[in-house]
Write a protein that binds this ligand. Sequence first.
Ligand code: NDP
Length: 290
Amino acid sequence: EKTPVTLLGLGAMGTALARAWLTAGHPLTVWNRTPSRAHALAAEGARATESVPAAVAANTLVVVCLLDDASVEDTLAGADLTGKDVVNLTTCTPAQARARAAWAAERGARYLDGGIMAVPPMIGVPEAGGYVLYSGARDLFEQHRDTLAVPAGTTYVGENPAHAALHDVALLSAMYGMFAGAAHAFALIRREDVDPTAFAPLLADWLTAMAPAVHGTAEQLRGGDYTKGVTSTLAMQVAGTPTFLDTADEQGVSPELLAPFFALMRRRLAEGGGEEDLTGVIDLLLRRPE
Ligand code: NDP
C-alpha cells in the first residue's frame, strides 16, 4: 500500500507534485483556495476537499506548497494538526522556517521543511535532476522518505528546520551571481559581430570549469588559512581589474554588476590579503554595518 498524501496548494508547483504522486499510485487528497484548480486532478483520481480541516484530517502526511509563509499561516490556522506529519515545501526564509517549526510543534505535529530545487516540469522526472532540500524532523523524513522521493530527489541537510531554506537561498544566491556575470559577458559581446549562440557554449563550459573552485574555498574556510593552495593571488587579480573595467568602458557596458565585487577585492587587498585569493571577501561580507 502506498502512503496516502494530503496536499494543500495546487499552483504550478503543487499541481506538478500532485500529478507525480497520483502517477505513482499514492492515494491523494487535495485542497486549493480556488477550488476549480482541483477539477482536473479530481478527474485523474485525486480526492478534492472543500475545506482545509477536512483535507488535513484525511491523512497523517500533510504536504503544503503555497505561495509564501503568510499563506501557510492563513491556510492552516483552523486545522487540527495533532499527530500530523507536516511537510512544508513553501519557499520561506530560514527564520520563517524556524518559527513555522515551533508553531507546528505547539500544535502537536512533526515538522519537516523543504526547499524545492526544481521547476515544475522537472517534478516527477527523475532524470531531470531536480531535488528537494529537507531539514527538520529526521524521524519524519526517514519514515516518509520513499513517498517524498516520488516527485523529486531528496537531500536531507539536518535537524535544524531553518537549514533547508538556508541552503535553498544560498544556492539560488550563487546562481544569481552566476547569471549576473553571464549578463555582463553577453553585454560585452552584444555590440560586436559575435553570435551569442556561438559564445554561449564557451561561456557554459568556462563556468562549469570554474565551478569546482568552490571546493578550494570551502577547504580554506574550514582550515582558516586563506593562502593555502592559492594559484591566482588577490594582488594579481586586483591588478587585473582595470582591464575588466576598461573593456567594459570601451564596449559601452555599465560596470555596475562587476564593480561591487571588485571594490570588495580591493578592500581585502588593502587590509593585507594580497597572498590570498578571493576567500577573504567572505569575511568582509560577514561584517555588520557600523
Ligand atoms: P503559484 O503562484 O502557481 O501558486 C500559488 C499557490 O498558493 C496557489 O495554490 C494559490 O491558491 C496559493 N495561495 C496563495 N496565497 C494564498 C493564501 N493567502 N491562502 C491560501 N492559498 C494561497 O506558485 P507555485 O505553485 O509555482 O509555487 C508554490 C511554492 O513553490 C512557492 O513557495 C514557490 O516559491 C515554490 N517553488 C516554485 C517553483 C516554481 O518554479 N514554480 C520552484 C521552486 C519552488 P489560488 O489557486 O487560490 O490562487
